[in-house]
Design a protein around this ligand. Structure first.
Ligand code: PLP
Length: 356
């Protein structure tokens, strides 16, 4: 269509959107979901609670009950504000829109979360990536040099990093925050699996650091609730870009109830962390597999032939994520979400068969 080509911004036409493959009938180990459902009694209580929600009404302009629940569940200090997103993806978009002055640049480490680049370009920012080292550690010198060169208005750091699974050194991130002329957004989507690692205690001390959290990886991905933790002056600007009613009443009510039963998701994430160690041990026994350290609910591994292993797994009913071809450091890499013990055992057995 000529009009599309004429009217849609060139950089949007050049984008490939975030890819979600069909997973019907497959063991789903591709999207870092918590594999567990709610305990039946809590699921019943949730159904009852949701039946009472006034879906004929718009959500409250300021969903204070949900924010109070998040504040308590995630121990967000009183001096910092919470900005709600329809998933943390929407927070990335809001932050990018707020900072997209003509000529401004967003920077992120690579490989990292695909939405950093997509939301930067969608918002009209220029985008620059800085490569991690081939072993996925942070190249602090290269990152500081890129900050000096590009003077980014916005720098994204995934902590721990998706898709590599590792944590960068906290002190190095703080040096980046100090060197950055713009805002640094630290995305802690995997915080529940990272053994407590967080920069939350640094946000109030700095004028250019904002944190992003989500309930998705914790076990509530379907609700689409994420949030920014920000000093008041940043939060006030982001609030202006947050669409009215962006978190719907059913999601808010569900998140409030489930998060109020602190133990439920905590027990599930503990199990996932323990099972991650078992999956790692199983991968380490396989010939030709290089497994990378993880502080998340997934494990990254290099295999001799990732496209073949990916298809072999799919043929055996298991969907994982292949990262082969997405970045030169990720050649022949697959990313496995930690599933139930049974799913992890199936994955390891299938891989053993494929690699034999
Ligand atoms: C999954 C993920 C997100 C998106 O989370 P939602 O809250 O579900 O939108 C954000 N950042 C990183 C690094 C992720 O891996």
């Amino acid at each position: 269509m000529k009009r599309v080509a004429d009217l849609v911004r060139e950089e949007i036409r050049a984008l490939s959107g975030y890819h979600v493959p069909p997973a019907e009938g497959l063991v789903k180990l591709d999207a870092m979901e918590n594999p567990y459902r709610l305990p039946p009694e809590l699921a019943r209580e949730l159904a009852e609670r949701l039946s009472e929600v006034a879906i004929n009404r718009y959500p409250p302009a300021d969903p204070v009950a949900l924010k109070a629940r998040l504040r308590e569940s995630f121990a967000i200090p009183a001096g910092l504000d919470i900005v709600l997103g329809n998933g943390s993806d929407e927070i990335l978009q809001i932050v990018a829109m707020a900072l997209a002055k003509p000529g401004a640049t967003a920077l992120s480490l690579e490989p990292s979360f695909a939405m950093y680049r997509i939301s930067a370009i969608a918002a009209g920012l220029a985008y620059a990536g800085v490569s991690l080292r081939p072993d996925f550690t942070l190249d602090e010198g290269a990152t500081l040099a890129a900050i000096e060169r590009h003077r980014p208005a916005l720098t994204w750091i995934s902590y721990p990093n998706n898709p590599t699974g590792n944590l960068f050194p906290r002190e190095a991130i703080l040096r980046i925050v100090e060197a950055a002329p713009g805002l640094v957004v630290v995305d802690e989507a995997y915080h529940p699996f990272a053994g407590g690692a967080s920069l939350l205690d640094e946000v109030a001390k700095r004028s250019n650091l904002v944190l992003v959290r989500t309930v998705s990886k914790l076990g509530l991905a379907g609700l689409r609730v994420g949030f920014a933790v920000a000093p008041r002056d940043w939060a006030a600007e982001f609030e202006k870009l947050r669409l009215p009613y962006n978190v719907n009443v059913l999601s808010a009510a569900a998140a409030e109830l489930v998060l109020s039963r602190a133990g439920v998701l905590a027990r599930q994430t503990e199990a996932i962390v323990a099972d991650r160690a078992r999956l790692e041990a199983a991968l380490d026994k396989l010939p030709g597999v290089t497994r990378f350290a993880s502080a998340t609910n997934f494990v990254l591994a290099r295999v001799p032939d990732a496209p073949r292993a990916f298809e072999g797994l799919k043929a055996r009913g298991i969907l994982v994520r292949t990262l082969h071809g997405t970045h030169s450091h990720l050649s022949n890499c697959l990313r496995f979400t930690v599933g139930t013990p049974d799913e992890n055992a199936r994955l390891a057995a299938a891989l053993a068969e494929i690699l034999a």
